[in-house]
Write a protein that binds this ligand. Sequence first.
Ligand SMILES: NC(=O)c1ccc[n+]([C@@H]2O[C@H](COP(=O)([O-])OP(=O)(O)OC[C@H]3O[C@@H](n4cnc5c(N)ncnc54)[C@H](O)[C@@H]3O)[C@@H](O)[C@H]2O)c1
Length: 472
Amino acid sequence: MRFGVVGTGVIGAGWTTRALARGWDVVATDPAPAAEERLRLAVDRAWESARKLGVFPGADPTRLEFAASLEEVVSVSEFVQESVPEHESLKKGVHEAIDAVADPDVVVASSSSGLLPSHLQAGLRHPGRLVIGHPFNPVYLLPLVEVLGGSQTSESALERAIAVYEDLGMYPLRVRTEIEGYLSDRLQEAMWREILHLVNDGVATTGELDEAILYGPGLRWAGMGTNLIFHLAGGENGMRHMLEQFGPALELPWTKLVAPPLSDDLIDAMVEGTSLQAGDRSIADLERTRDDYLIAVMRGLKAHDVGAGRTLARWEERLHGVQQQRWKTGDRIPNPLELYACPVEPEWVDYNRHMTESAYLLAAGWATDKLFRYIGIDDDYRAGGHSFYTVETHISYRKEVGADAALRFTTKVLEVHAKRFRFIHEMYADEDHVASIEQLLVHVDTNAGRSTPIRPGPAAVLAEIAEAHRDS
Ligand SMILES: NC(=O)c1ccc[n+]([C@@H]2O[C@H](COP(=O)([O-])OP(=O)(O)OC[C@H]3O[C@@H](n4cnc5c(N)ncnc54)[C@H](O)[C@@H]3O)[C@@H](O)[C@H]2O)c1
């Protein structure tokens, strides 16, 4: 897939990173001076986070090509994502230029935060392929993308866009009615206007208003939306009781949704308030903090199968599917095997910002799981009542591993007997050899609770590997 990006600011750079992480080629353009340098820098900065969520085989930031013109991007792209500033006349001009060059079946999506697609597509030669694909910053981590069409958009263009976004590991939310601000930004805008009023009226600072979200409602929002949360607020009788109890408050002056005039004083209060909150942390520092906690929240949610955690679980499942190697008769056996690579997980890091010692064994356990699958031991094998139990582990810690390292394992099978086998994983962090983990595993009949000969299939593969790894 070659993914075209027009406009490489905050959002265009986010799309670029997400598509590169999927293992696609990206061709991008932006007329701003030094735009290419800025884009490559932004991708480098975001790559660390993308890598933590998992990147597809072949994914590489160098698969980004920067083109001198929009025409060059559009003529070679299979899907185009426009992310130029939110001005209707500017966007319309850009879409006319795209429309003049793009192959008619190329779908063109706009990242617009709230413009009506019917306006953007009016007067185009091929209006049917224009869709809105509204993402959320940072695009390379957050799964939500709102998808909607205008009056002339074809159903097939919407379906194609949804398929592309799903393939990118996102959560496309189809907005069924064409409406300014779509769904998510309308909700955010209501709160944003309220914030501007409260600051403008001197009621609270930007910091206090952020605290009012961060320690309470924001935590709930990660896993459930306002409606389900308010259903719980009504106790056993749910939403009905909630509405009975808080219904009268709807008559109270609890909100003023019309925005206040954006006076110089209000602008100063917002800018000063947020720079005080940022303190001496740069935008890059804050982005790193935000990315790390977003990953931690999504990982936390994964264990509960809710929200963005569910989307992440699907992405990882696909990744493991394409990364997993399984030996087939006639395959050459590499010496050593290289079956597993992973980033250092945030929860593996200790107070020295190094990988903690128990995590070495945890990571090696995943490498062993890959070895199992390579020799044909999978869920079906275990369901048949057979498995391996570890009876001995020796770990040599050779070097510390930094929090941002990329881990890679090589594996050698040392000896194979009827009921047991021994192997060694060598663990590398970037290019450093950081640990050796040697294990002895015994094959068991899990129902009978005793050792038993390795079944013929895996036994034959293990014998082949041991032969290939002999004398080395
Ligand atoms: N920033 C956000 O949080 C956010 C979130 C979701 C959607 N969006 C939407 O994404 C779009 C881009 O927003 P952004 O925040 O990345 O803005 P931005 O200002 O960071 O980037 C816009 C980029 O477009 C480039 N550009 C201007 N004219 C161009 C042209 N003719 N051809 C190609 N590139 C051109 C600019 O040089 C700039 O680099 C907007 O529609 C915005 O509403 C923004």
